[in-house]
Design a protein around this ligand. Structure first.
Ligand code: NAP
Length: 299
């Protein structure tokens, strides 16, 4: 249980509601900042303004998936209040206070480094990324169905990258009956693709490999679906780019050639916000329990 742990949850979307539910279940003391317009009240959690919080008493700060913007502003869809996390606020927290965020940026790295507070980037963790690949795959299937006039079954699909998302995408499209080839650059990835019963190819040969595909799903966060690659694709090819912004596709050239190319960020939060929230909530609660245990051992 997280009894006596005081956690500030600052901003966020529907996913954060699952985190709040889970932490209340574990008996944490919650201060909710940026939730004043949320109709739902949570027993055991108080909605507060940033300037009402005594940060000297906060054990953990939970930020939304995107953390802060480059000026420190935190996205608060349940409030009109502008909430800015500053170095000054962090410096008031006890030394053991940990900041949790989905991802980070130079601003957030800067203020946590300057105040010597630990920052946990949840989306960099393998467990979160692998669990998140499940709703990502479902969203990808949805997009392919919406934007093609053929079945996934018997279609030719190229998946680029065999990371946490690529592996789940490749496996699921193959299970739906697609002919899946997967591009990678490491020999161990080529070996794994072969073991999975899929067709491997070296990403260096991408331009050669796209000549007969119906769908190209990119997970590599580098420009690899270049104008040269796109020029070799059949005109009906659909490109779904899952890599983080700006994606790995030359969208300008795709449009010029009349090939449909879609950048599809944030699919878990779109297609399954509740599950996406539960994924974060489960990992987060485990980390907070570990934190509490460490603190108790040190005392
Ligand atoms: P990951 O596990 O790090 O996998 C990335 C893959 O890209 C690996 O196979 C990696 O291969 C390859 N790669 C990276 N740089 C490369 C390069 N320069 N050339 C060739 N291959 C390269 O990441 P992930 O968790 O699968 O996520 C993939 C992307 O999807 C990320 O940008 C992530 O933010 C995004 N994402 C999007 C959604 C969504 O809803 N659209 C959801 C989750 C994640 P090596 O091992 O050879 O480097």
């Amino acid at each position: 249980m997280l009894t006596d742990m005081h956690v500030a949850i600052i901003g966020g979307d529907a996913r954060q509601l699952e985190v709040i539910r889970k932490l209340i279940e574990l008996d944490a003391r919650l201060s909710l900042i940026g939730f004043d317009q949320l109709d739902h009240g949570f027993t055991g959690a108080s909605k507060e303004r940033l300037d009402e919080i005594d940060f000297t008493d906060i054990d953990a700060i939970i930020l939304p998936v995107f953390g802060t913007n480059s000026e420190g502003e935190v996205e608060t869809i349940f409030s009109n209040e502008t909430v800015v996390l500053t170095e000054e606020i962090l410096s008031q927290t006890p030394e053991h206070c940990v900041v949790f965020s989905g991802i980070s940026n130079t601003y957030l790295d800067g203020i946590t480094n300057a105040t010597n507070r630990k920052l946990v980037r949840l989306f960099e963790r393998d467990d979160v990324a692998i669990y998140n690949s499940i709703p990502t795959v479902e969203g990808t299937i949805m997009m392919v169905i919406q934007h093609t006039d053929i079945t996934i079954h018997d279609s030719n699909v190229a998946v680029l990258g065999l990371g946490r998302v690529g592996m789940s995408v490749a496996r699921s499209f193959a299970a739906l009956g697609a002919h899946v080839k997967v591009g990678a650059r490491k020999t161990e990835h080529i070996a794994r693709i072969t073991e999975m019963g899929l067709t491997p190819f070296q990403l260096a040969n991408l331009a050669e490999e796209v000549k007969d595909i119906d769908v190209c799903i990119n997970t590599v966060p580098k420009l690899i679906v270049t104008a040269n690659v796109i020029s070799k694709m059949p005109a009906h090819t659909l490109i779904v780019d899952l890599a983080s912004k700006p994606g790995g596709t030359d969208f300008r050239y795709a449009e010029k050639r009349g090939i449909k190319a879609l950048l599809a960020p944030g699919l878990p939060g779109i297609v399954a916000p509740k599950t996406a929230g539960q994924i974060v909530a489960n990992v987060l609660s485990q980390l907070l329990l570990e934190l509490l245990q460490q603190r108790e051992e040190n005392e």
